[in-house]
Design a protein around this ligand. Structure first.
Ligand SMILES: Nc1ncnc2c1ncn2[C@@H]1O[C@H](COP(=O)(O)OP(=O)(O)O)[C@@H](O)[C@H]1O
Ligand code: SF4
Ligand SMILES: [Mg+2]
Length: 322
């Protein structure tokens, strides 16, 4: 397996009037070429913030940024995205090597601009293509997501939700990136359309050799495509494991709760509810951030010391029980 992306101790905090939000707090993780990593966790755990940190699209109120993000590429060699200047990221990385389907992006398509113009302009701008070349590339991208070229002449308001999401995915793959980050790509869609989009993503992964980071709070959906699952809790990674291991034998108490909360994956009759809320990331709990909600918390240990990374078979878990 060839390494594509390696995060080492990545940190990103936001500054707010209420204090510093520790949204991404020391994440280390590896992704191989052709692999799909599902990044799961309750809302507010820092998943989107981590995605924006990787693709370096950050708001002005970033208070701290640190760690290393190594991207392995045939053309560029091994580069640390954290060290690259914004210009360089724009010229060499974003959309061309790493692209992103933003949360709710299908609703962010400009309703009064034809699909053709929305697709062609970035190609002309970022790749310096002529309009004719760009139209050809856009048509091919639409074709690969199962849309005909007629869609080019349409306005987004003339398209169904599923078609709009396909357009957005076409835009994310049209510059032939190696890695696509998908942030809740199906959450606004009905169940059938969700399934169709997941099938499309599987298909594209296989045909184009893409790697994915699929962000979702829906771990049942993630199971359809994930080779590997990473669980985030309160700005930290708590477990990473191959998907089969994760779904059959989750190790971290939080992962176990997440799985127990999914109707289709649980074995017992009652759906478990995870008591309590995701903590504030301004003043996160001491020690293990999950300790106030954890049924196995060890007094004097879990509330005092942060659990280190522990390798178990093919996975990694951050918990004092191991
Ligand atoms: N631009 C921002 N400024 C300040 N805080 C933010 C900003 N964006 C997100 N946050 C906060 O960062 C934390 C993580 O949010 P987010 O990354 O969106 O989580 P997730 O994607 O897992 O739901 C939350 O507490 C959220 O309120
Ligand atoms: S470290 Fe302690 S509190 Fe945290 S998940 Fe493990 S047992 Fe629970
Ligand atoms: Mg999010």
């Amino acid at each position: 397996m060839t390494l594509l992306l390696e995060l080492r101790n990545v940190v990103m905090y936001y500054g707010t009037s209420k204090g510093v939000v520790k949204a991404v707090d020391g994440i280390s993780l590896r992704l191989n070429r052709g692999e799909a990593l599902a990044l799961v966790g309750e809302s507010g755990s820092g998943k989107s913030s981590l995605a924006f940190t990787i693709i370096k699209l950050l708001p002005r109120n970033v208070a701290k940024l640190g760690g290393e993000i190594f991207f392995h590429d045939e053309e560029l060699g091994v580069v640390d995205l954290m060290k690259m200047k914004d210009d360089e990221i724009r010229q060499k990385i974003r959309w061309k090597k790493i692209s992103m389907v933003f949360q709710a992006s299908m609703n962010a398509l400009n309703p009064i601009m034809r699909v053709e113009d929305q697709m062609v302009e970035p190609l002309m701008l970022h790749l310096g293509m002529s309009r004719d070349e760009a139209v050809k590339v856009a048509q091919e991208a639409l074709y690969s997501v199962g849309l005909s070229k007629d869609v080019m002449a349409r306005y987004p308001f003339e398209l169904s939700g599923g078609m709009k999401q396909r357009v957005v995915i076409a835009m994310a793959i049209m510059m032939r990136p190696k890695l696509v980050i998908l942030d809740e790509p199906t959450s606004a869609l009905d169940v059938i359309t969700q399934a169709n989009i997941m099938n499309l993503l599987k298909d594209l992964k296989r045909k184009l050799g893409l790697s994915y980071i699929l962000i979702t709070h829906d771990i049942a959906l993630a199971s359809e495509i994930a080779d590997k699952v990473g669980v985030m809790y309160a700005g930290k990674l708590v477990e990473v494991a191959p998907a089969d291991v994760f779904y059959s034998k989750p190790r971290h108490p939080y992962s176990q709760k997440l799985i127990a909360a999914v109707p289709s994956l649980r074995e017992e009759k009652t759906i478990e509810h995870i008591p309590g809320d995701v903590p504030s990331l301004i003043n996160p709990p001491s020690g293990c951030r999950f300790h106030p909600r954890c049924p196995y918390a060890i007094k004097g240990k879990c509330d005092a010391e942060e659990p280190p990374r522990k390798q178990i078979e093919e996975g990694e878990v951050y918990c004092w029980l191991y």
